[in-house]
Design a binder for this molecule. Structure first.
Ligand SMILES: Nc1ncnc2c1ncn2[C@@H]1O[C@H](COP(=O)(O)OP(=O)(O)OP(=O)(O)O)[C@@H](O)[C@H]1O
Ligand SMILES: [Mg+2]
Length: 249
C-alpha cells in the first residue's frame, strides 16, 4: 500500500508577543509529515509547545512562520479532544456527542446511525440518555471522543485527553481508543505527558525539546498490533519506555 500524506508542516514557527515581557518563541523549525491512518504521539517537557503545535495544526491558532498542507484541501475542520471534556450540562450523552451534526446541519439518518455505532463502540450505549453530571470522568472523555468523530473529520487531535484520569481508567481507555482508531482508520495526533501512554498507543512518538520547541527525534514504535495488556508486559515495551525516558532526561 502506498502511504498517502494526511498532513504536512514545513518550517513552522510560533512566537508569542507579550506586552510586558520578552517574546516567547514557542515553536521553531517544525517539519513534519503525517501519513493517513497513523497514530502519532507528541511528548516533551511542560511548556515545550505541544498544545501550541496541536492548535496550529487544528487551525485554532496561526503560525508565525511556515506552511501547513492538508491532503483534504485548505484547513479542514479537525476533531478536537481536550483534557477537560467540556460537555453541555443540560444535554444528554447522545445530544452532546451529536452536537457537531446539529451545528453543521448534517443531521441525517445515516449520520445518526454512525453516531449510535460509535457510542456503542465507546461502551456508552446504555448511557445515551444520561446527563454529563451522571457520568464518570472516563465516560465524559469517551463522549468527547465520539463527538470529535461524529462528523467525518480527517484527523483527530487530542491534547492530554486522559491526563485528569486515574491510571487504571487511563489504561483501559487507551485500549478502547485503539479499538475505535482501528475501526475508524482516522489519523490521530495525541499529546501526552506519559511516555508509557505514548509508546502503547503510537506508530511514531515525536519527542520535543524545551523552549523553543523543536522536534528532537521521531521514534518508530514497532510493537505488534492489536495491542492489549500483554503489550505492557513485553520486554520491547519496556525498552522503548527506557529509551524515551533517557532521551527526555
Ligand atoms: N496565548 C499565549 N500567549 C503567550 N504565550 C503563550 C500562549 N500560549 C502558550 N504560550 C507560551 O508558549 C509556550 C508553549 O506553550 P504550550 O501550551 O504550547 O506548551 P505545552 O508543551 O503544551 O505545555 P504543557 O505540557 O504544560 O501543556 C509556553 O512558554 C507558554 O507560556
Ligand atoms: Mg499543553
Amino acid at each position: 500500500m502506498i502511504n498517502e500524506i494526511s498532513f504536512s508542516a514545513k518550517n513552522i514557527g510560533k512566537t508569542y508577543h507579550n506586552l510586558l515581557k520578552d517574546d516567547t518563541v514557542a515553536l521553531s523549525d517544525i517539519n513534519l509529515d503525517i501519513y493517513k491512518g497513523e497514530f502519532i504521539s507528541i511528548i516533551g517537557p511542560s511548556g515545550c509547545g505541544k498544545s501550541t503545535l496541536l492548535r496550529i495544526i487544528g487551525g485554532l491558532d496561526k503560525p508565525t512562520t511556515g506552511t501547513l498542507t492538508y491532503s483534504g484541501g485548505e484547513n479542514p475542520e479537525l476533531g478536537f479532544v481536550f483534557q477537560d471534556s467540556v460537555l453541555l450540562p443540560w444535554k444528554n450523552v447522545r445530544e452532546n456527542a451529536g452536537f457537531p451534526l446539529k451545528i453543521k446541519k448534517i443531521e441525517t439518518e445515516d449520520n445518526y446511525k454512525k453516531l449510535d455505532e460509535l457510542l456503542e463502540l465507546a461502551g456508552l450505549e446504555d448511557f445515551k440518555d444520561s446527563l454529563p453530571r451522571e457520568l464518570s470522568g472516563g465516560m465524559k472523555q469517551r463522549v468527547s471522543i465520539v463527538r470529535a468523530l461524529s462528523y467525518d473529520a480527517p484527523m483527530l487531535l487530542m491534547d492530554e485527553p486522559f491526563g485528569a484520569l486515574d491510571a487504571i481508567t487511563r489504561d483501559h481507555l487507551n485500549i478502547e481508543l485503539l479499538k475505535i482508531w482501528d475501526k475508524t482508520k482516522k489519523t490521530v495526533l495525541f499529546v501526552t505527558h506519559s511516555i508509557e501512554e505514548a509508546v502503547f498507543l503510537s506508530d511514531k512518538v515525536i519527542v520535543m525539546s524545551p523552549r523553543p520547541g523543536r522536534i528532537k527525534e521521531i521514534v518508530n514504535i514497532d510493537l505488534p498490533r492489536p495491542r492489549d495488556e500483554n503489550t505492557r508486559n513485553s520486554e520491547q515495551f519496556s525498552k522503548y519506555n527506557q529509551y524515551l525516558r533517557e532521551m527526555i532526561g
